[in-house]
Design a protein around this ligand. Structure first.
Ligand code: PMP
Length: 406
């Protein structure tokens, strides 16, 4: 089946906008993707005609909203091939999911002298929570180094693993370098020493197929806003047996079974980790997002996206003085680069004047900048609506900026 890019683009009205009088070229999907109108309509219908709080209502509106919210959980569970729906905790996003694991699993299994392993290419949201845990528990945070190409040094990873390792938490796809990490084999190695493995999947789920059972990860966190869904909602997948043994994260309504003034017993999964009135509209938007993904040919969309990304690599590499940051063999979603001595911020401002939205700076991965000794990068990132014409516009924009700033 041919991927109909014009039909896809028509689903995203924002792409028809003018920016500074120019056609918008949106190359910032790694920060947050645009939303198709089907998702926005599902959310607005819910607020206009269907709103009620969920889970305990006996009235029809509450029951309808509950079933839409819980259907969304089922859809997303099947999308990532979770064994059970209740293994998918609905969170505020990747950051929230990782904090939940660091706090609750950390409480459960990390003690003084133990070790937690992350990598040098982590987003701050998969770094700071582990630093906080290690400080709290007097444990050690170990870091897998990265090569000049922007790949994980797997030999060093194996050397870091020991019986002291309790948790390994690594990004599946880097939001700055674009590298796809071989998490499946890394998970096996972590399990060999009895450690749990957490995957930060924020930048992977929009771009590559993810099957949590095949990966055999213990946890997998991602955000809907990076995959054409609403902001403020995400999923933390976790294996049932592990989550059953973990203490609750936050206390409040919905996460309880019975409360007396002396003692509280907790609800079953997934509710044990979902205290308080949730983001119901976001959950319903999540369901509509998965419906949208299932309706388009997701595999063909990824193939189309990969072609655009290859084209971008080729065209950008023809620009004199341009160097890529992150040249791993397996990449997806994002390309980081620098041109001569031009500061990425200046390049970003000039491109914006031409209607081209890229991101510049550290992309919440400051240790990567330190690793390559650079002030930041210019990052072009792609979505299912990105085209080769947009890449051509980017290349022309970079050339123009080079002439003006170089
Ligand atoms: N990890 C990665 C790899 C990301 O790209 C992002 C978002 N840019 C996050 C974590 C954090 O996601 P959120 O801000 O949605 O919680």
């Amino acid at each position: 089946m041919k991927f109909d890019i014009e039909k896809i683009r028509a689903d995203f009205p924002v792409l028809t906008r003018k920016v500074h009088g120019k056609d918008l070229v949106f190359l910032d999907s790694a920060a947050s993707s645009q939303k198709p109108k089907q998702v926005v309509e599902a959310i607005s219908n819910y607020y206009l005609y269907e709103h009620a709080n969920i889970h305990r209502g006996v009235h029809l509106l509450s029951q309808e909203a509950t079933s839409k919210y819980e259907d969304a959980r089922k859809k997303v569970a099947s999308f990532i091939n979770a064994k059970n729906d209740h293994e998918c905790i609905i969170t505020k996003g990747t950051t929230d999911g990782i904090n939940l694991v660091a706090s609750s699993l950390g409480e459960h299994c990390v003690n003084e002298g133990d070790e937690v392993i992350i990598s040098h290419m982590e987003h701050h949201s998969n770094l700071v929570p582990w630093q906080m845990l290690c400080e709290r528990k007097k444990a050690k945070l170990k870091v897998i180094p990265i090569t000049d190409d922007g790949e994980l040094d797997l030999e060093e990873y194996e050397k870091l693993l020991s019986e002291k390792t309790k948790i390994v938490s690594v990004v599946h796809v880097s939001n700055t370098l674009g590298t796809i990490n071989p998490v499946e084999e890394m998970i096996e190695k972590a399990h060999d020493v009895g450690a749990y493995f957490v995957v930060d999947g924020a930048q992977a789920v929009p771009h590559i197929p993810v099957d949590v059972q095949q990966l055999n990860c213990d946890f997998y966190a991602f955000s809907l806003h990076k995959m054409y869904g609403p902001t403020g909602i995400g999923i933390l997948y976790g294996k049932e047996s592990i989550m059953n043994a973990m203490p609750p994260y936050q206390g409040g309504g919905d996460m309880i079974n019975k409360v007396t003034l002396e003692k509280t017993t907790y609800n079953d999964l997934p509710h044990k980790f979902e205290a308080g009135t949730p983001n119901i509209a976001g959950g319903i938007g999540m369901g509509a997002t998965i419906d949208y993904i299932n309706e388009i040919d997701w595999k063909a969309a990824h193939e189309f996206e990969a072609e655009v990304m290859d084209y971008a690599h080729k065209k950008l590499s023809e620009i004199e003085d341009l160097r890529f940051i992150g040249t791993a063999e397996k990449k997806t979603g994002a390309i980081s680069f620098l041109v001569g001595q031009i500061h990425p911020y200046d390049m970003g401002v000039l491109l914006d004047q031409l209607g081209i939205a890229v991101r510049t700076g550290h992309h919440c991965t400051q240790p990567i900048l330190e690793r390559y000794n650079i002030p930041g990068t210019v990052r072009a990132s792609f979505g299912i609506y990105s085209t080769k014409q947009e890449v051509d516009q980017l290349v022309q924009g970079v050339e123009r900026a080079k002439r003006m700033l170089g």
